[in-house]
Design a binder for this molecule. Structure first.
Ligand code: NAG
Ligand code: NAG
Ligand code: NAG
Ligand code: NAG
Ligand code: NAG
Ligand code: NAG
Length: 847
């Protein structure tokens, strides 16, 4: 819709007119946003809203329109994003809104798509984002303590909030101004940790609410997980399930700001998945129980480019097992299953929002909520909360098959439009595919000195805190000292080697003696602290001892998180004739960052600041090495990942753009993984993981828009050693699409659902296939009507199989972008293996 010109105070009559002119489901000029106990009210209409978190800096501007379009096609009405303070205020008063941080452009794209926006200003956001989104410099303002009744913090928080609000007002982005913003958030999940902040907590939370409301943005404010949010601020729920949530006042609607459809990963951890059946179950239960706004956190997780990842140890990928994958492709069947759910729920919108439900018990763990209008309009949700047993239940003289842990949506109280456990959406196989032939890259190499390069930054007779020293301008800090070894030490004469004993607050460290890497160590999971002992090699006379300490993303939340430190706390060497030497209060020489970083050698204008050595045989397993090569873009237009399987740990850039931290650290083979996830029962992040014993993150997303047609410069900094010859680009390809349909689960085509004629909706068992990106089906890899088994990519025929299956599917689907195959008499031999329920499974290839 048009960019309204100053129509903040439009009359009711005018609003009414505007409604008819332009306001069908799109934000229009001067929308009036309020709420009551049931829902948000936009221009006098209660709204049932499906929202999707997409964080603008976790993708690139070139991806934004496509992501937002894919969300819209998935049945999403609202895009939700945080605002990332530390991406915007780089130093006090020095603001940045370019590139991935172009918030205004992002909001405009949402607006152009005819969608709404929820702006979660925070400005504390957590979000697995570095330092929870707050600039590190703020921690060094004298007297400041974050997120409590502290004047310096409140002053900065208010000023940043005001800055963002004013920017949005200037762009006329709030709904009453004709913009897409219908809600804004202040603070974030503070209620969960409030008690730790003692007396400062409650005054701070109440101040934050008042401060927000005084911004006069014309749309309601929300506070998530803030149980005592004062009127008119709405407290909202964040969890895997929010059906049992009730807001703190009968006048507030039930909103769910974070439904986690998956989970984040840490380097060295497993790959968590949340099954689509369970996500859909949670959403359906929420709307069954009176919810009216639900947001997926994340709908597209994306990528923590550069050093924006929080931590410690959050991976560069923020895929989140979300409905749109890290690379921007719809994740199937999750995206498709939720799309169908959204359609079914939207069919109920009116009756749901205008009637109080009747609760009906259908069994010990089965219940219905029926929303009926005196006019006859009626919608029902039938739930089977039993974690094990499928149930046939009777409702209004009809019987319904409810799988365990599922909800059926009946938009007319009669026909099942959707059941959360019956996944009809197609699935797909997505692979990272490398070209068969990749030319050997010609690498230029520059090796950093292990220890102080150039001038020392400072010397202290103690081990300092890492973060206080680097202030996060870099991941790296050198701690170096020296040690004189007497030539009569036993270990110099073949005795056992001396043992280095180190304590660290985190996050990782490499120990060098006389320029040789001795040992590396790091924390694990979300615990950054570690200790290690390792034999080292010393020589007679003077020894240089150097530690490269590093952070891997700063804490992103928790009480007083800004005070959590990093770096070495204790260094000892054991095994001398006089016992153990404690080096902790030695004279330590410090250097912040790497030479290559200081010289900007990953950027085009800094590349010549060091002397690179050109070689076709780059060194392998060589620590502290910069590699640089000219690369061609991979062919095609599919998303691209950089395969770092044979590298150690470090940072990567393409054409000066920071790809992020790489670390193909493997999870333990002893971790618990589940290939076949049982969707039934309460989900927890560690319930359904894959990737045990494999690198948590092998591929690193390089956005297509960062490539030039030729002459691209790839720069890698490798900390501990790897094999650069194995670095290659892979393309993310959908190599197969699959679907199944069962005689058991005929369903109604929701596209052609007409409220008025719901008497005898014909439910059909039909299999649907659609190629991504308007491709067409080029071959049918597998087709069996009968009793096929297996999953996409590994289907096999059962004892019962109609031999004409493949011919039928090919006739209907070949060369088509999409096709529908009915499990009918005309298509298949339904008399086959009488008594058995038959299904059709198809795997096809698109191009
Ligand atoms: C906005 O809507 C509320 C309730 O729906 C109503 O009380 C108020 O007058 C409306 N404001 C305008 C400017 O129309
Ligand atoms: C916040 O803004 C006000 C008004 O412009 C100014 O007086 C104050 O110094 C600012 N506070 C901080 C911490 O910058
Ligand atoms: C269910 O069937 C009974 C008996 O046939 C009938 O009395 C009742 O009205 C029916 N209920 C509904 C909701 O159709
Ligand atoms: C960082 O320095 C500040 C100020 O000197 C000190 O209060 C704080 O404890 C230090 N943090 C850590 C983690 O050592
Ligand atoms: C697919 O085709 C439709 C209709 O021709 C077009 O509007 C759409 O942009 C195409 N989508 C893609 C991804 O090419
Ligand atoms: C599909 O297209 C190919 C190439 O254009 C053609 O050879 C083939 O006959 C077509 N098949 C069908 C079933 O239309």
């Amino acid at each position: 819709m048009g960019e309204g010109k100053g129509n903040v105070f439009v009359s009711k009559a005018c609003l009414f007119l505007l409604f008819f002119c332009c306001c069908f489901s799109v934000p229009c000029l001067g929308a009036n946003v309020t709420y009551d106990h049931r829902s948000l009210i936009i221009d006098g209409q209660r709204k049932l809203l499906i929202s999707a978190s997409i964080h603008y800096p976790r993708s690139v501007p070139g991806m934004w329109p496509g992501l937002i379009q894919t969300a819209k096609e998935g049945g999403v009405d609202v895009i939700e994003t945080y605002v990332f303070w530390n991406g915007h205020e780089l130093s006090p008063g020095n603001y940045y809104f370019g590139g991935r941080f172009n918030l205004v452009e992002f909001v405009k794209i949402v607006q152009r798509a005819g969608m709404y926006l929820i702006l979660r200003i925070g400005p504390f956001v957590a979000a697995e984002w570095n330092f929870g989104g707050i600039p590190v410099w703020l921690h060094y303002v004298p007297g400041i303590v974050f997120r409590t009744d502290n004047e310096p913090f409140k002053s900065h928080m208010q000023n940043f909030t005001t800055f963002i609000v004013n920017m949005m007002k200037q762009e006329k982005f709030f709904a009453p101004q004709g913009g897409p913003i219908i809600l804004a958030q202040i603070e974030n999940e503070y209620g969960d940790i409030e008690t730790v902040y003692g007396d400062g907590a409650k005054p701070y939370a109440m101040w934050a609410a008042r401060m927000a409301v005084s911004q006069n943005i014309g749309v309601p404010w929300i506070m998530c997980q803030q149980y005592d949010a004062p009127d008119p601020v709405i407290n909202t729920c964040n969890s895997f399930y929010c059906d049992q949530f009730t807001p703190n006042s009968v006048n507030k609607p039930k909103f769910w700001t974070e439904n986690w459809p998956g989970w984040f990963k840490t380097f060295g951890g497993r790959d968590p998945h949340r099954p689509p059946e369970d996500v859909a179950y949670a959403v359906a239960r929420f709307f069954q129980k009176g919810g009216s706004l639900q947001n997926y956190y994340m709908y597209h997780g994306g990528t923590n480019f550069d050093r924006t990842s929080g931590g410690p140890f959050i991976t560069t990928s923020y895929d989140y097992d979300a409905p749109i994958d890290e690379y921007g492709l719809a994740r199937l069947p999750k995206w498709g299953h939720l799309k169908e759910l959204h359609k079914a729920i939207k069919l109920c919108e009116h009756v749901l929002l205008h009637n109080e439900p009747t609760l009906l018990s259908l069994g010990p763990l089965q219940e219905a909520n029926v929303y009926a209008d005196p006019s006859g309009e009626c919608a029902a949700f039938l739930a089977n909360m039993d974690e094990e047993n499928d149930k046939i239940i009777n409702f209004r003289n009809m019987s319904y098959d409810l799988p365990a842990w599922s909800v059926s949506v009946l938009p007319d109280c009669k026909n099942e439009a959707f059941n959360t456990a019956k996944v009809r959406s197609q699935s797909s196989i997505v692979e990272m595919v490398s070209e068969d032939f990749q030319p050997n890259l010609q690498w230029d190499v520059f090796v950093e000195k292990a220890g102080i390069w150039g001038e020392a930054d400072f010397i202290k007779s103690k081990l300092v805190d890492h973060i206080n020293t680097t202030k996060d301008t870099t991941d790296y800090l050198w701690y170096t000292t020296s040690l004189d070894v007497d030539e009569n030490e036993e270990f110099l004469k073949g005795g056992s080697r001396p043992i280095l004993i180190v304590d660290s607050k985190g996050h990782a460290v490499y120990a060098f003696v006389n320029q040789e890497l001795q040992v590396s160590a790091s924390g694990n999971g979300m615990d950054s602290t570690f200790k290690f002992e390792s034999p080292i090699s010393l020589r007679a006379g003077k020894n240089e001892i150097a530690f490269l300490s590093m952070t891997v993303g700063l804490q992103n939340g928790g009480p007083f998180y800004e005070w959590v430190g990093a770096g070495l706390t204790n260094v000892k060497i054991e095994g001398f004739k006089d016992g153990t030497i404690d080096l902790s209060s030695n004279s330590w020489i410090y250097k912040i960052g790497l030479e290559g970083e200081h010289q900007n050698i990953y950027k085009e204008n800094g590349m010549n600041n060091v002397k690179w050595v050109s070689t076709s045989k780059p060194p392998k397993n060589q620590p502290l090495t910069w590699y640089k090569a000219v690369v061609d873009p991979p062919p095609g237009d599919e998303p691209v990942g950089l395969d770092m399987i044979r590298m150690g740990k470090g940072l990567a850039w393409l054409n000066g753009e920071a790809i992020g931290r790489y670390w193909p650290r493997s999870s333990s083979i002893h971790d618990e993984c589940t290939q076949q996830c049982n969707y039934r029962g309460q989900f927890k992040p560690n319930k359904c993981s894959t990737g045990c014993g494999e690198p948590t993150q092998r591929w690193y997303h390089v956005p297509r828009s960062w490539f030039r047609p030729s002459g691209n410069i790839l720069v890698i900094f490798e900390e501990k050693g790897g094999n650069p010859n194995k670095i290659k680009f892979s393309r993310r390809l959908v190599t197969s699409i699959c679907a199944t349909a069962s005689e058991n689960y005929p369903f109604v085509d929701l596209e052609s659902w007409h409220k008025d004629t719901t008497e005898n909706i014909e439910a059909k068992a039909t299999l649907h296939l659609r190629c991504p990106n308007n491709g067409s089906i080029s071959s049918v890899k597998f087709a069996s009507f009968g009793t096929p088994s297996g999953t996409c990519g590994s289907y096999s025929k059962g004892d019962c199989h109609d031999p004409t299956s493949a011919t039928v599917v090919e006739r209907i689907c070949l060369n088509k972008t999409d096709c529908a195959i009915e499990l009918s008499e005309e298509n298949f031999n339904k008399d086959l293996c009488l008594g058995l329920t038959k299904k059709l499974a198809v795997e096809a290839v698109c191009h």
